[in-house]
Design a protein around this ligand. Structure first.
Ligand code: HEC
Length: 258
């Protein structure tokens, strides 16, 4: 018997009998539609999206958003504000009909209607026309919403003194103060002054920064022994030699910081 004779070829059910070409359909008979949504169009969209995403990533890495100043729980005048694109929602909550007993209106019903309407727009407004005058209701609603958002944002931001706010919330500059922990004066500072003036002399809640102090060496020595203003006396009660080292240390850090 010859090889292969009498052998039967059985079809593989995973391969379709009809061979379909991989090319996309011809859309020339549909005016205005020139390519397949899947995968051609979507692939392009994804590519553009990816380019923008990577671009934004690079931008945020190169220019990280600054933080506000350290939160101060004793500052009752601080008004927390949402980011600018949420100011209109924030302003909405100041109206009587959307706050207090009606807060559900402000946080759920009104935004829910707005975003629900946006979500349902393709189903509610499904006329074939694309020109604005062919879709008066949709266009009117959009104009109303946009002007509402703009008005609320303006109302909300007009009462804020942005410059004062920016001034009060300056981000903390990164400390480039070098502290020589080997300096004999450092140990004296650490034991007597650090708890109030901070581990890099930039101050704490209990005492001001000693960087940029107006006092000269003799005055610092006097202050260390006798105190000044709200700083109590006798913060330092060691030897004169240690006091010299301490003053030297504070002055040298000040020189470095200039
Ligand atoms: C209990 C906290 C506390 C400790 C500890 C302390 N200080 Fe002070 N220090 C203060 C306060 C508060 C002030 C601000 C006084 C004022 O202006 O009313 C101050 C102010 C100063 C000033 C003047 C700063 C300026 O430029 O106006 C100097 C200098 C100073 N301290 C040095 C020292 C030294 C040196 C030590 C360590 C021996 C020390 N302090 C320990 C609380 C402290």
């Amino acid at each position: 018997m010859k090889k292969g004779k009498g052998m039967k070829f059985v079809g593989d059910s995973r391969i379709s009998a009809e061979k379909k070409p991989n090319a996309s359909k011809d859309y020339s008979e549909y005016p205005g539609r020139t390519e397949a949504f899947w995968p051609n169009y979507l692939l392009k969209e994804w590519l553009i999206g990816a380019v923008f995403l990577v671009g934004f990533l690079c931008l945020t890495l190169a220019h990280p958003a600054p933080l506000e100043g350290v939160a101060d729980p004793t500052d009752a005048a601080y008004i927390p504000l949402p980011d600018w694109y949420f100011l209109f929602l924030y302003e909405l909550l100041k109206y009587k009909f959307a706050s207090g007993p009606f807060i559900i209106m402000g946080i759920l019903v009104i935004p829910g209607l707005a975003f629900g309407g946006l979500f349902l727009a393709p189903f509610l407004d499904n006329g074939p026309g694309r020109r604005p005058h062919q879709r008066p209701i949709a266009v009117a609603m959009m104009l109303l919403a946009v002007s509402g958002v703009m008005w609320l944002t303006y109302e909300s931001s007009s009462v804020v003194d942005w410059e004062a706010r920016a001034e009060a919330n300056k981000p903390i500059p990164e400390s480039d103060i070098e502290i020589d922990t080997e300096d004999p004066g450092y140990a004296v500072y650490e034991n007597n002054c650090m708890s109030c003036h901070g581990d890099d002399l930039s101050g704490t809640g209990n005492g001001p920064a000693l960087i940029g102090t107006e006092h000269d060496g003799d005055e610092i020595a006097t202050i260390a022994r006798e105190g000044i203003g709200s700083m109590p006396a006798d913060m330092f009660d060691g030897s004169d030699e240690e006091l010299d080292q301490l003053v030297e240390f504070i002055l040298s850090v000040n020189e470095d910081a200039e």
